[in-house]
Write a protein that binds this ligand. Structure first.
Ligand code: A3P
Length: 970
C-alpha cells in the first residue's frame, strides 16, 4: 500500500456466497483519507439483500426483497406482538432472519453459526479498533513526514552544491570616494522604467516597497527629472530597468546625469533587456564590456571574492538550468570590473567557459560605479544582489541592516478536528525541531496560542498529545486566544470578557503562563477594522499589549502590510508562511510540493525574511500533526537563509518583538483608518450594525475665520443634509482627522452621526475648520472617506489672520492680549514659543495654495469645491445654490426664502418667522478696529508669493479670481 495508494476508504471487505449473504464493510474509513479521519463521518454498513445497517441506525427492509424462498418464513396471518416494530427493535428476530438468510437453511449446522458469529465479532473488533485509534492505523499506511534535507553547498532539497571559492563574509566596503556635495538625509532611489507597466520596472518597485525604500519612478522622456533640491541631491542610487536606455541617452542628458552621479557619489544599476536577436561579443558603448545575448545557462554561483556582497552570501552552486534562456552575459575587458555572479552555458555546442552574469564596475574609470545584471529579477538570487547593489552604490546611504527577528505563532494549539491534531509523537517532533532551530536561531521558541474549550477534543492519541504539550508547558511561549473560536466582532464587551476569563481560568488550572502580554483574534476579527470592545476586554482580562494581524491596511498585497498602535496595544503585521489549516500533507499541498519548496528556496517565504527585519508568522495546529509541514518549512527556510545570506536571525518574545518593530519603524505607530466598506474582507469582520452610511458624505474643511460657521449653519438648514452631533469639547466641530481624536478610532467618529436607520437625511457632513492646514489630514481623510467631497472657503489671507488674532483676544488668550497684532505677525523664530505659536496660527492657514495643493495630492479636483468667503458673506443664496449643485443634493432647497440680510447684525441670517431672523452668535461677525496700514502692507508682502500661486491655481482649476485676491496682487 503506497502513500497515494489504497486508502482504507477504498477497502471493501466482502464475504459473499454463504447462502445469499453479502456482508460488506463499505467505507469503514470511507472518509478516512489522508486529510484525516473523522469518526463522525465513519459508516459501518452491513449491506445485504436484506437492507442496510449503518451507525446512524439499522433498517432492514421487509418485503419482496426476501425472495420466494423466504416468503413462507414470514408470518402472514395472525398478529404477532411487535410485528409492526422495525426489525432493529427486535434483535433476536433480526439475528434469526439474518442467519437464515445467510445460511440458507432452517437446519443450519452449528459450525455455520459459529463461523458467522466469529465473523461478526471480527467486524466489531475491527470497527472498534478503527473508531478508537484511527491515527495508529493511519500511520501504518502513511509515509514519514518530509524532513528538511537541505544542506548548504550540498545536493539537498534546495539543489545547492559545493560553494565555489570560500563562502566567507566579506565586509561591505564602499569604494573610497569622498562626496563633496551632500545628499538629503533620506535619499530616494530613482528608477527609470520603460513604461508604467513594464515587468521588471514593477518588480523593482515591489522590492523597494517591501523593503520600505523610498523611490521615484520615471518613464524616460526627453528631459531628466530634477535631481537636486536646494543643492542637495535627492537620489542615492539610480536604476535603469533597461540599461541600454542609459547608453542611448542624448549627450546633454547623459552628461547631466553622469555629473550628478559623480558629484554626489551615487552609483547606478542596470538590467540588460531581453533581446530577440542573438549577439555574440557585441561591445557596450563606452564601457569595457562585451555582451552575449540570448544565453541558456545553468549552474549559477556567486563570486565570493567581491566587495559588494553584504546581505548575500555565496551559498554554493545552484545546480541546473536557470529560468528562461534569454540571459545576457558579459566579457570583461578591464580589471576594475569584477564578476559578481556567473554560470555555465547549458547548450553543449556552446563554449564550456564560465560566463559572467552580473558584474560590478567599481567606478575607477569614469567615477561612476555600476552594477549590471544580465537577467531580470525573476531569478531569486538577483533580488538579494539587488539589495546589496543599492547599499553599495549609495555608499550605505540606503542602509541594509542584517538583523532579522522571526517568531512563529501556532495560532491555536488545541483547535483542529480529529485526525489532524498532534499525537505524542508529533509533540516530540515539535520539541526536537525546536531544539534544532535553536541551534540555528538564537532564542527560537514556538509561540503557542490556546483556546481551552478545545482541549482534549481529539482521538485518544491526540488527547495524549494535548496532555504532553501541557507537560512541556515551560518549553514554549504561550498566549491566550479566545475560549471558543468565536469572532470578537460579533460579541459585546461583556461576552468577550466572559470568554477571555474562561480561557484564563483554564490557563491557571494548567499552569500555563498568562503574562505574555500577547494575544490574537480568530480570523483577525476585531483587530482591524477595530472593534473597540475587543481592545477593552483584552486590556482588562489579559493586559494585552501586543497583537498581530494580516489585515492592516489590507491582506493583499502582502508586501504592504504594516503595523500600528491603538490604545497602547501594538499591532504587528503578520506574515503568512504558506501553511494554512488545510495544508496537512506535503503531497496535497495546493499546486503541489514544488510550490512550497520554491517558496522556501528563494521564493516568497524566503524573501519575506530577507525583506522584513521583523517577521511574525502564523501557523496552525494541523501543520504540526501528520506531515508536520511547519517543522519542515521552518527548518528548511532557516537553513536556506543561513546558506545564502549573512542575516543574523534571532527570536524574541512578542512584547520585545513589537518594541523592536516600532523602534525601527516609528512612523508606523500612528494608524491610518481605512474605509471598511472598500475591502470585502474587512466587511466580513466588521460588526453587523456598523455601516459606511454612518460616515459623512462631505466635509467643510476650513480654514478658520473664513465663514465656515455660516456655511455650516446654512447647510444644516437643508432638509436632505444632516450635520454631526455636537461635541462636548469642540462644539459643532468634531475635529477628528487632525489632533488626538483621530487615535480614538472610527467607532468614536461614527458616534457623531446617526445610525442610518434613524435618519432620513441622505447627506451627512461635518465641518472642522482645522482640517485645512493639517499636514496629515488629507491622507487620513482619503483613507477613510475616499469618495467624500470637500468644501474650502477662502477670504483675503491678511483679513483672516487679523480675524484670528481678535478671535483669540476675545477668548482671553494670554499671548494675544499681551502682544499687539504687529508684534505677533512679525515675531521672529527666536520669539517666545507662545508668540511663535500664535504667529503661526495667524499666518500659516492663509498660505492657501500650499494647502490646497496638498489636498490635491490626495483628491481629484472634481471632489473639491473652493468658495469665495466674501461672496458667501455678501450673496449666500448664490453660493448655496452653487454648492447644492456641486454636492448633487436633491431636492433643491430654495435659500432665497430662508436667508435674509439682518441690518442689525450686518450679515445674512436664517429666516425663522415673518419678520424674525436667527443670526450667528456674538463670536461671529465681531466688531474690532481696522487693521493698521503698516500691517496691511506687511501682510500683503508676506502673502504675495502664496497669493500669486493661488491665482495660478484657481485659474488652472477654472475658478474666477476673487476680487480681494486681485486687489492683494495689485
Ligand atoms: P469675524 O468675526 O472676524 O467678522 P468662521 O466661522 O470660519 O470662524 O468665520 C467667522 C467669520 O465669518 C466672521 O469673521 C465673519 O466675518 C464671517 N461671516 C461670513 N458670513 C457670516 C454670517 N452670515 N454671519 C456671521 N459671520 C459671517
Amino acid at each position: 500500500m503506497k502513500r497515494e495508494g489504497v486508502s482504507v476508504g477504498q477497502m471493501k471487505l466482502s464475504v459473499v456466497g454463504v447462502g445469499q449473504m453479502k456482508l460488506s464493510v463499505v467505507g469503514v474509513v470511507g472518509q478516512m483519507n489522508r486529510e484525516g479521519v473523522s469518526v463522525g463521518q465513519m459508516k459501518l454498513s452491513v449491506v445485504g439483500v436484506a437492507g442496510q445497517m449503518n451507525r446512524e441506525g439499522v433498517e432492514l427492509l421487509d418485503g419482496n426483497v426476501w425472495g420466494e424462498d423466504n416468503q413462507n418464513l414470514l408470518p402472514t396471518t395472525s398478529y404477532q406482538p411487535g410485528q409492526n416494530l422495525p426489525l432493529v427493535c427486535r434483535p433476536w428476530r433480526l439475528w434469526h432472519r439474518a442467519t437464515r438468510f445467510i445460511i440458507g437453511s432452517r437446519k443450519a449446522s452449528w459450525r455455520r453459526y459459529i463461523l458467522l458469529a466469529a465473523f461478526v465479532v471480527i467486524i466489531i473488533i475491527l470497527y472498534l479498533l478503527i473508531e478508537s485509534s484511527p491515527r495508529s492505523i493511519m500511520s501504518l499506511v502513511r509515509n514519514h513526514p518530509p524532513e528538511s534535507v537541505f544542506r548548504c553547498g550540498g545536493d539537498g532539497g534546495g539543489k545547492v552544491r559545493g560553494p565555489t571559492g570560500n563562502a566567507t563574509f566579506h565586509p561591505h566596503l564602499p569604494p573610497p570616494r569622498s562626496p563633496e556635495n551632500k545628499l538629503r538625509d533620506d535619499p530616494k532611489v530613482l528608477v527609470f522604467t520603460e513604461t508604467q507597466y513594464s515587468k521588471t520596472g514593477k518588480d523593482i518597485a515591489n522590492i523597494l516597497v517591501a523593503n520600505r525604500i523610498n523611490y521615484k519612478t520615471e518613464v524616460l522622456g526627453r528631459s531628466l527629472p530634477g535631481l537636486t533640491n536646494l543643492s542637495r541631491g535627492k537620489y542615492g542610487a539610480v536604476i535603469f530597468e533597461n540599461f541600454e536606455r542609459y547608453l542611448q541617452l542624448d549627450p546633454w542628458n547623459r552628461e547631466l546625469l553622469d555629473k550628478y552621479l559623480k558629484d554626489y557619489s551615487v552609483g547606478m544599476m542596470g538590467f540588460m533587456p531581453v533581446r530577440e536577436d542573438t549577439r555574440v561579443g557585441t561591445k557596450l558603448k563606452g564601457l569595457p564590456l562585451y555582451i552575449h545575448t540570448n544565453m541558456a545557462l545553468k549552474n549559477v554561483s556567486l563570486n565570493s571574492d567581491n566587495p559588494m556582497l553584504h546581505l548575500t552570501r555565496a551559498g554554493g552552486t545552484i545546480v541546473g538550468p536557470v529560468l528562461n534562456s534569454d540571459w545576457t552575459t558579459f566579457t570583461i575587458e578591464d580589471p576594475t570590473y569584477i564578476p559578481i555572479e556567473w554560470a555555465y552555458p547549458s547548450l553543449t555546442d556552446f563554449s564550456e567557459e564560465r560566463q559572467n552574469t552580473v558584474v560590478l564596475d567599481q567606478g575607477q574609470l569614469d567615477g561612476i560605479p555600476r552594477v549590471l545584471f544580465g537577467a531580470n529579477l525573476e531569478f531569486w538570487l538577483h533580488r538579494l544582489l539587488f539589495l546589496d547593489a543599492l547599499s553599495y552604490l549609495s555608499l550605505g546611504r540606503i542602509p541594509l541592516a542584517l538583523d532579522r527577528y522571526i517568531l512563529v505563532d501556532i495560532d491555536d494549539i488545541f483547535v483542529a478536528r480529529k485526525g489532524i491534531r498532534m499525537t505524542t509523537d508529533d509533540v516530540m517532533a515539535l520539541l526536537e525541531s525546536q531544539r534544532r532551530l535553536q541551534e540555528m536561531v538564537p532564542g527560537w521558541r514556538f509561540n503557542l496560542g490556546f483556546s481551552g474549550k478545545y482541549y482534549q477534543r481529539g482521538y485518544p492519541e491526540e488527547n495524549d498529545g494535548d496532555k504532553m504539550l501541557l507537560d512541556h508547558v515551560e518549553d514554549f511561549w504561550w498566549f491566550g486566544h479566545m475560549w471558543g473560536h468565536t469572532q470578537p466582532h460579533e460579541l459585546t464587551q461583556d461576552e468577550l470578557e466572559i470568554q477571555m476569563q474562561l480561557n484564563k481560568e483554564f490557563a491557571i488550572k494548567h499552569d500555563i503562563p498568562t503574562d505574555s502580554g500577547y494575544s490574537i483574534a480568530p480570523h483577525h476579527s476585531g483587530v482591524y477594522p477595530v472593534h473597540e470592545p475587543l481592545y477593552t476586554a483584552w486590556k482588562k482580562v489579559w493586559n494585552v499589549r501586543v497583537t498581530s494581524s494580516e489585515e492592516y491596511p489590507h491582506l493583499y498585497p502582502a508586501r504592504l502590510r504594516r503595523g500600528f498602535i491603538h490604545r497602547n496595544i501594538m499591532v504587528l503585521p503578520r506574515l503568512t508562511c504558506g501553511l494554512f489549516t488545510h495544508t496537512v500533507f506535503i503531497d496535497k499541498y495546493p499546486g503541489g510540493r514544488k510550490v512550497l519548496d520554491d517558496s522556501i528556496h528563494g521564493g516568497e517565504l524566503f524573501q519575506s525574511i530577507v525583506y522584513n527585519p521583523i517577521s511574525i508568522y502564523m501557523t496552525h495546529l494541523s501543520n504540526y500533526g501528520n506531515d508536520r509541514l511547519a517543522l519542515y518549512t521552518f527548518e528548511s527556510v532557516v537553513k536556506f537563509v543561513k546558506c545564502w545570506t549573512n542575516l543574523k536571525l534571532q527570536t524574541v518574545p512578542p512584547l520585545q518583538l513589537a518594541e523592536q518593530y516600532f523602534h525601527r519603524f516609528p512612523d508606523e505607530a500612528d494608524p491610518i483608518w481605512g474605509n471598511p466598506c472598500a475591502d470585502h474582507r474587512h466587511m466580513q469582520i466588521w460588526a453587523k450594525e456598523k455601516s459606511c452610511d454612518q460616515l459623512p458624505k462631505f466635509l467643510v474643511i476650513g480654514p478658520q475665520k473664513t465663514g465656515t460657521t455660516a456655511l455650516y449653519t446654512f447647510l444644516a438648514m437643508h432638509p436632505a443634509i444632516l450635520a454631526n452631533y455636537p461635541s462636548p469639547e469642540t462644539f459643532e466641530e468634531v475635529q477628528f482627522f487632525n489632533g488626538k481624536n483621530y487615535y480614538k478610532g472610527i467607532d468614536w467618529y461614527m458616534k457623531f452621526f446617526p445610525v442610518p436607520a434613524n435618519s432620513s437625511a441622505k447627506f451627512l457632513f461635518e465641518k472642522s475648520a482645522t482640517y485645512f492646514e493639517g499636514d496629515v489630514v488629507p491622507r487620513r481623510v482619503r483613507a477613510l472617506l475616499p469618495a467624500a467631497k470637500l468644501v474650502i472657503t477662502i477670504i483675503s489671507p491678511s483679513k483672516r489672520a487679523y480675524s484670528w488674532y481678535h478671535h483669540m483676544r476675545a477668548h482671553s488668550d494670554h499671548t494675544a492680549l499681551l502682544y499687539t497684532f504687529h508684534q505677533v505677525i512679525t515675531a521672529s523664530d527666536t520669539a517666545p514659543r507662545a508668540v511663535r505659536s500664535l504667529r503661526n496660527k495667524c499666518l500659516v492657514p492663509g498660505m492657501y495654495a500650499r494647502h490646497i495643493e496638498r489636498w490635491l495630492n490626495h483628491f481629484p479636483s472634481s471632489q473639491i469645491n473652493i468658495i469665495d468667503g466674501e461672496e458667501l458673506r455678501s450673496d449666500p443664496v448664490y453660493v448655496m445654490n452653487d454648492l447644492q449643485r456641486f454636492l448633487g443634493i436633491q431636492p433643491f432647497y430654495n435659500y432665497t426664502e430662508h436667508l435674509r440680510f439682518d441690518k442689525r447684525k450686518g450679515f445674512f441670517c436664517q429666516v425663522v418667522g415673518e419678520d424674525r431672523t436667527k443670526c450667528l452668535g456674538r463670536g461671529k461677525g465681531r466688531i474690532y478696529p481696522a487693521m493698521n496700514e503698516s500691517d496691511v502692507k506687511y501682510l500683503k508682502e508676506f502673502y504675495q508669493p502664496y497669493n500669486i500661486a493661488l491665482e495660478k491655481l484657481l485659474t488652472k482649476l477654472d475658478y474666477p479670481v476673487p476680487s480681494w485676491l486681485e486687489e492683494n496682487l495689485q
